[in-house]
Write a protein that binds this ligand. Structure first.
Ligand code: NAD
Length: 294
């Protein structure tokens, strides 16, 4: 058996097309345009790439993109002042401060300064709390994208068991909450879990958000299970390569031979993250303007 490939790129393309259609309808009907502000501190090359593609995709769906680039030595007070300005700016529906921030800046303080109703990254404690108790709110983009991919295979998660490997605040925990909200029976596994392979073997859905290349092996997977690989890891370059290969947290070929469906890396969860950022921006716009409740 060879697993079906869950084509995150195509699913993200469809999601962006649906968002673009709705944004165009809003422009025609109301003469309004949702806006996303992205703040980048310093010049980390990976962050530069992310911020660049966020801006391009924002404009491509018809939204306004506001980019704010601050030097690496900007003070926390200056960054907080910018966040306060964006909170007040009526043209800005979503605010994203690209992480990681330089060590002299307290990321939690910055996240908590963002108006929760503009917190399109879904990292503010108010949005984390809303998710926990099942209130509508803005949900972190990578977990939301992962859930949408799971639901392309399992529209109804009732009665299914899911194991999420990883308990970070930005992926593992919110994704476990989302799966629970959709009635899966959820286990959160982490670095202190005993006998992880047999924990995984019990699951209908395995999500890997660990940050270790090709960590999840074929013999950990129940035949026919759905496997979502959140990991993005760059292997060291082999002789003759300039850049190492990009791999996930799942040993793709091994797991593919056993699973029922699997996301590839690249082309799985990755493309969903920015598409969900745009989805959140549209959702924040609609909630702020009273077009629709979250
Ligand atoms: P993190 O380092 O914050 O968390 C990793 C988690 O893995 C921890 O909770 C830890 O308990 C668990 N873990 C570590 N070693 C383990 C082990 N041996 N056994 C079981 N669990 C173990 O990482 P993160 O921010 O949650 O990211 C996880 C992965 O997802 C990374 O590869 C990251 O690059 C990727 N990621 C991808 C996207 C995307 O857009 N696709 C977004 C965010 C993160």
């Amino acid at each position: 058996m060879s697993a079906a490939i869950i084509d995150g790129k195509a699913i993200a393309d469809d999601l962006r097309a649906a968002i673009a259609t709705e944004v165009a309808a809003i422009a025609t009907r109301d003469g309004l345009q949702p806006g996303l502000a992205v703040v980048l501190v310093g010049s980390d090359p990976a962050s530069e790439v992310y911020v660049g593609s966020k801006a391009r995709q924002t404009v491509a769906v018809g939204m306004r993109s506001f980019e704010h680039r601050l030097p690496a030595d900007v003070s926390e007070a200056e960054l907080l002042a910018l966040v306060a300005t964006l909170n007040e700016d009526d043209a800005v529906d979503g605010i994203l401060v690209q992480l990681p921030l330089p060590a002299h800046i307290d990321s939690n303080r910055v996240i908590e300064a963002i108006n929760p109703d503009k917190d399109v990254d879904g990292f503010h404690p108010v949005n984390a709390g809303r998710l926990l108790i099942g209130l509508p709110g803005l949900v972190a983009c990578t977990p939301l994208g992962s859930l949408l991919l799971v639901r392309t295979v399992h529209p109804d998660l009732s009665g299914l068991s899911a194991v999420v490997i990883g308990r970070s605040n930005i992926v593992g925990k919110p994704l476990a909450q989302l799966l629970l909200q959709y009635n899966a029976t959820v286990t959160i596994a982490h670095s202190r879990t005993h006998d992880l392979p047999s924990v995984c073997r019990s699951a209908d859905i395995v999500v890997a958000a660990v940050g270790r290349p090709e960590f999840v092996r074929g013999d950990w997977i129940k035949p026919g299970a759905t496997v979502i690989d959140v990991g993005i890891n760059r292997l060291p370059p082999k002789a003759g390569e300039t850049k190492g290969r990009l791999v996930g947290d799942v040993a793709f070929e091994e797991v593919r031979a056993v699973a029922g469906a699997i996301t590839p890396v690249p082309g799985g969860v990755g493309p969903m993250t920015i598409a969900c950022l745009l989805r959140n921006t549209l959702q924040a716009f609609k909630a702020r303007r009273g077009v629709a409740k979250f």
